[in-house]
Write a protein that binds this ligand. Sequence first.
Ligand SMILES: [Zn+2]
Length: 136
Amino acid sequence: MKEDIFRRIANNLIVTYGTNDPFKLAKYLNIQVLYLDFKSWLGMFSNINGVRTIFINNNLSKVSQIVVCDHELGHSFQPFKESVFMKEKFLFENNRIEAEANIFAATLIFSRDIDEAELTETDKMLLRNLEKYKLY
Ligand SMILES: [Zn+2]
């Protein structure tokens, strides 16, 4: 199954770089991460002429920022033929592009220890939706 490739890529990154932190991985992969004061978008991913950038909503909690960065990092491994600029209102649209990013994100996020007591409602919603991609 094609989606399995994204689980494998995520696991390979964890082994190769010795971290499941998407912010550190982005740095190793030479992907810029920027924080913006978005109103309704969780984040964005752009690849303009090979320059890849992850945008994170700076109003989100720490855990949600990690989830969004995990997801956007997944998009960076998709072979887009042209420049892309993806705005993310909700990360779980039912299509292959989003499913691949979510399988990648689920692999990274569920390899971490998450303190359930500290989670916001948005964190819980994101994690609940990502659960579905654990064994896709
Ligand atoms: Zn996405």
